[in-house]
Design a protein. Structure first.
Length: 200
């Protein structure tokens, strides 16, 4: 396989990108000046070097001050008794943009395919359970996509939390402000607000 088709293949692995869009990306880049391409490469390298993973919520963030945890986990005004479990960093961005939620987060790192037999290889389930046992929580909100994979992952996490016997902690899921098949990343602020207020 030549380098052009290899680049197409790499773009096609991006979330939501098919072969046709991947090809457009390649030809778009080929049409740019060498200076633009170099700036693009340099920016990717800079973002990669400046990005850290928060050891508490596992969110990727630009760490310009070399702090240990992200600005959300370090914010004293956040409600530390509430933990929202989400699949990806992009879901975090959507929820924060809605301005509805003021608690803390935990990012699983993905979802579990329905036929997968080893969920712990797909998501940070063990790390979540460790955090939950160490932190005093009133509520854990499972905020995963209402897709088959998202709902399957919700069931896995909810069952694992039940085994911990968290007597003083309520486990809730988002209400049906989100339609079946919806992805949090693409939900508007009002939909997220309704889903949060109608959680059960």
């Amino acid at each position: 396989m030549d380098s052009l088709h290899r680049l197409e293949e790499l773009f096609a692995h991006f979330p939501g990108i098919g072969p046709r869009q991947a090809r457009r990306f390649v030809y778009y880049l080929l049409g740019k000046s060498p200076a633009s391409i170099n700036e693009f490469i340099k920016l990717i390298e800079e973002v990669r070097k400046a990005t850290s993973e928060c050891p508490q919520c596992h969110r990727l963030f630009i760490n310009s001050t070399k702090q240990v945890i992200c600005n959300v986990c370090a914010d004293p005004s956040r409600d530390t008794s509430t933990l929202m479990v989400i699949a990806r960093d992009s879901d975090f961005e959507s929820i924060e943009k809605s301005g509805t939620y003021k608690g803390l987060y935990f990012i699983l790192g993905g979802t579990v395919p329905i036929l997968d037999k080893e969920p712990e290889k797909r998501i940070r389930l063990r790390a979540l359970l460790e955090r939950v046992t160490k932190q005093s929580l009133k509520e854990i909100i499972l905020s995963l996509n209402t897709t088959p994979e998202g709902e399957h992952t919700t069931d896995i996490v909810r069952d694992a939390l039940k085994n911990l016997s968290l007597q003083s902690t309520k486990v809730t899921i988002l209400g049906r402000g989100l339609s079946t098949g919806a992805e949090l990343e693409y939900a508007d602020s009002e939909t997220i607000r309704n889903a949060l207020s109608n959680r059960k």
